[in-house]
Design a protein around this ligand. Structure first.
Ligand code: ADP
Length: 433
């Protein structure tokens, strides 16, 4: 940050210094020319007030009266009569264009000729049969730049030193509150407040981030606590029965029963691990969506649910509208329907009914089962939430509906539930959001 500020301020001051130097040289040069013009006008009046012969003696005399400036006499048609000094512009006659100007400007006109290092400012005047030219030499713009350069270099060095010092002081002064804010944000769970109102948006962002990290952390802690708790039950059971078998104290029948329990509990454990893996895999699901014919897929899936219906002699009916195309992946819809239908079967009554409907982009799974109490409804989609806390044989781990909710949230689908205890439950997924 300090480096950036230093570079910017250096660039700005160097640019300003250069612009200032160029402008100063131009202004100084223009002033010099104006002063030369004024001096020449005075010189010309000195010439007019004196009597100078139109020959070499005359130009030399006038030149020495004027302090050695260059004086040149021409004939009225522009040919050289006499020249007092070493010319910078070694002209021996007046150019045609200057002659024309002399005619137009009646008697007096000024002109400047520039060489690389010097500018010659000249005044012409027609005086009877003679054209008089008086000229002075001033440094050219380039020469002025040459003279200004060493000063400019000194200024530039001073500028760099001053800028570095001031930038260091300014940045440490300006950035101190930012550093203090950052320091106050580290290792605190409290909401931080900025001392300056300009920094409050930064503090707000940090507070928001801290809050989401806190939530993630507590959700992770809760998840780990739930997983270990849920795993502990089947593991304790497996261990208990395994120890009994190992002690050899059980007769054949009891050993078989214990073995059966171990098989069931380990199946439950592995089912839970599969669901947990599944649950976290949804977060990493970055796979491309494609158009899925949900109508066709639901029909296909319904034919696979027969084994679920046998135990309680359930009836499955369906009303599937054709042509429901959704941009998703088949496995996402399959996961949702599998969970909803297996719950509808699991929490149903003997000879109960399950109906699956797909209309207007909305999938509904309704059952005539035990239902869910109104106060339980808001929680059924939470991880590890089960209405029946006994964790009996038929009760799951409370992950199925949270998987359904996660898929719906990520896909932008609206998930709904309605239930009347003792009458049944209806879950719906609206693919149109
Ligand atoms: P589980 O594996 O326990 O079924 P879910 O997340 O699928 O987990 O469901 C959470 C809880 O919601 C279940 O334990 C059950 O109490 C309740 N539930 C889910 N579906 C139904 C339903 N169709 N009828 C009655 N209760 C249900």
């Amino acid at each position: 940050m300090s480096k950036r500020i230093l570079i910017v301020s250096l660039a700005v001051t160097v640019l300003v210094l250069l612009v200032f130097s160029v402008t100063s040289v131009e202004i100084y040069h223009n002033i010099s020319v104006e002063e030369a013009d004024e001096a020449l006008e005075t010189y010309m009046s000195i010439y007019e007030n004196g009597a100078y012969s139109a020959d070499q003696n005359g130009v030399d005399a006038l030149s020495s009266v004027l302090g050695g400036v260059r004086v040149t006499f021409f004939t009225s048609d522009g040919s050289l009569i006499a020249d007092s000094g070493s010319p910078i512009i070694p002209d021996t006659s007046i150019s045609d264009s200057d002659m024309n100007t002399l005619k137009i400007a009646s008697e007096l006109f000024s002109k400047r000729d520039s060489e690389i290092t010097e500018t010659e400012v000249m005044y012409y005047k027609r005086s009877g049969d003679v054209i008089v030219r008086i000229s002075v030499v001033i440094p050219s713009t380039l020469a002025m730049y040459g003279r200004a350069l060493p000063h400019l270099i000194v200024f530039l060095i001073l500028d760099v030193l001053l800028c570095t010092l001031l930038t260091w002081l300014a940045t440490s002064f300006i950035l101190r509150p930012v550093k203090e804010l950052a320091a106050s944000a580290i290792g605190t769970n409290e909401e931080i407040k900025a001392n300056y109102k300009e920094l409050q948006p930064v503090a707000d962002v940090i507070n928001k981030k801290n809050e989401s990290v806190r939530q993630m952390q507590s959700s992770k802690d809760e998840f780990i606590a739930n997983v270990t708790h849920e795993m502990n039950t089947p593991l304790t059971s497996i261990r208990g029965f395994a120890e009994l078998i190992a002690s050899g104290s059980l007769n054949k029948e009891k050993t078989q029963k214990a073995g059966k329990t171990i098989v069931e509990q380990s199946a439950r454990l592995s089912g839970m691990i599969t669901q947990i893996l599944h649950f976290s895999a949804i977060d990493d699901d970055m796979l491309e969506s494609y158009d899925v014919d949900v109508s066709e897929l639901v029909r296909e899936l319904l034919s696979t649910y027969q084994p679920l219906l046998k135990d309680k002699n359930l009836t499955l009916t369906s009303d599937i509208e054709d042509g429901c195309i959704v941009a998703t992946r088949r496995e996402r819809v399959t996961e949702i329907l599998d969970n909803l239908v297996s719950n509808a079967a699991k929490y149903n009554v003997r000879n109960g009914k399950i109906s699956v409907t797909l209309r207007g982009g909305k999938l509904t799974v309704a059952d005539t089962g035990i239902g869910i109490a109104r106060e339980e409804l808001p929680h059924v989609f939470s991880r590890f939430y089960t209405v029946d806390k006994s964790h009996g044989e038929n009760v799951g781990f409370g992950l199925g509906l949270s998987i359904v909710r996660k898929i719906c949230d990520r896909s932008g689908w609206k998930l709904g539930v309605d239930s009347t205890p003792g009458e049944g439950t209806e879950f719906s997924v609206n693919f149109r959001g």
